[in-house]
Design a protein around this ligand. Structure first.
Ligand code: URA
Length: 438
């Protein structure tokens, strides 16, 4: 190691506002992977980056080093173009569950490595695991084989995938260095690019139920993700979407799977399908299987009307050990003991459904986790949730609460009632898709 690459020298350079070389960034990421940098040195470096920032070139070098810190999928056996999407997470965001089979049914392979829910947002893996038997823990070889065979695979981050991110994310979580765009870019893109996708679409959410509350900040993150991914040779676009009210009408693991299955049966909520088609269109355009958004949309719609996406979903569930009968009999998903409607106290127009409060209500029921080791209850949550702008009459259900515990039911119902505001006047339609970046 040259003298320049001692951790304290690299840290000092960034602390003083310097621009790190590729070798210096690689030394930092290697230090996180092999333990040659102590946690206090990694943490100091993270804080220096948080305070001083990174140039686009540094961010690209950092992302590349993070990606190469572990397994990088070899999908040369998969002949189709490969596209994936990443969502920064929201309340009721179950889009991956039906979008992946829809895109795969259009002849584009979807290699998708997803996360678990933490805090107020749900995780695709927890939702998938509510399907009896479904396993998200595939080996790298199984992942590559399944993609070659059926063109879609949804798994969790393995120990070998971007191990530097695992280490650094855990440190960021406890050193107040999460909200930093270059670090977020490196974290998200290292995992997505290691999984072997050729193109990427981001769903960057903003609003009360989103990771980034502020639209300008969300746009900044979307622009950075797109710039870094493109610079690394993976064409990317990002769709900025509003997340003030939950997406769809269901929040909770099995309830969201049931709603995704409804989407595949042409019975999806309008807002969920609007986001699904916006993301799917960009995936097909970037994968070059459609020339225009209208052509992409028509292809995606036909996978639903022709049943090919539902068949792909059955194949996906069966391939990963799950009970594929849920595709036609969602009643086979875990069911809560208590299903109690929350009724409207008065007539009027729904003025607000606060996504964050709804999420906190479902956390009370046990649908999510406060720390990574907490278990989740797959059956609980809410469904049949009203949407902003809808007319309701007194006594009409605003949602149904699914619970396994009387006390949690009472608390969650109170919170849910507080989340929904009913006014006297009609409410203008909510704009969901704000902008496409890239
Ligand atoms: N999600 C990630 O995977 N990493 C971050 O840094 C933030 C959100």
């Amino acid at each position: 190691m040259s003298e320049l690459l001692f951790p304290q020298h690299v840290i000092a350079k960034k602390r003083d506002g310097g621009i790190l070389s590729r070798e210096e960034i690689a030394a930092f990421v290697r230090g996180a992977t092999d333990g040659s940098w102590a946690d206090y040195q990694l943490s100091a470096m993270l804080m220096a980056i948080f305070v001083r920032g990174m140039t686009p070139a540094e961010t690209a070098d950092y992302t590349d080093a993070m990606k190469r810190s572990g397994y990088v999928a070899d999908l040369s056996r998969v002949r189709q173009p490969k596209a994936d999407k990443h969502s920064t997470g929201g309340v009721g965001d179950k889009v991956s569950l039906h979008l992946a089979p829809m895109v795969a049914a259009c002849g584009v392979a979807v290699p998708m490595i997803s996360g678990r829910g933490l805090g107020h947002t749900g995780g695709t893996l927890d939702k998938l695991e509510s399907i009896p038997g479904f396993s998200v823990n595939l080996s790298s070889a199984q992942y590559e084989e399944q993609l070659a065979r059926i063109g879609v695979c949804l798994i969790g981050q393995t120990a070998e995938l971007a191990p530097a991110d695992k280490k650094l994310y855990a440190l960021r979580d406890v050193t107040a260095t999460v909200e930093c765009i270059p670090l977020i870019c490196g974290s998200i893109l290292s995992k997505k690019l290691a999984e072997g996708t050729e193109v990427l679409v981001g769903d960057v959410k903003f609003g009360r139920g989103a990771f980034m509350k502020d639209k300008a900040k969300a746009r900044e993150l979307a622009q950075a993700l797109v710039a870094v991914s493109n610079a690394m040779g993976t064409p990317m676009r990002a769709v900025l979407t509003a997340m003030d009210q939950p997406l769809g009408r269901a929040v909770g693991n099995a309830l969201e799977v049931a709603e995704s299955i409804a989407c595949l049966h042409s019975r999806g909520p309008a807002d969920t399908m609007e986001v699904t088609y916006a993301l799917g269109e960009q995936m097909l355009l970037l994968a070059r299987v459609a020339k225009t958004a209208a052509e992409a949309r028509a292809k995606l719609e036909s996978t639903v009307t022709q049943g090919t996406a539902l068949e792909k979903f059955r194949q996906l569930v069966a391939a990963q050990g799950g009970d594929a009968r849920v595709a036609d009999e969602p009643g086979r998903l875990p069911q809560a003991r208590l299903k109690v409607p929350l009724v409207a106290p008065r007539a009027g127009w729904v003025r607000d459904v606060d996504a964050m409060t709804v999420a906190l209500a479902t956390l009370q029921l046990g649908a999510g986790r406060a720390k990574a080791s907490d278990p989740v209850d797959p059956a609980v949550g809410v469904d049949g949730l009203v949407k902003i702008g809808e007319r309701v009459e007194a006594g009409q259900p605003l949602a149904t609460v699914h619970a396994n515990d009387q006390r949690a039911l009472a608390t969650a119902t109170k919170m849910l009632a507080a989340a929904i505001a009913i006014g006297d006047a009609p409410v203008p339609a909510q704009k969901l898709i704000d902008e496409i970046i890239g």
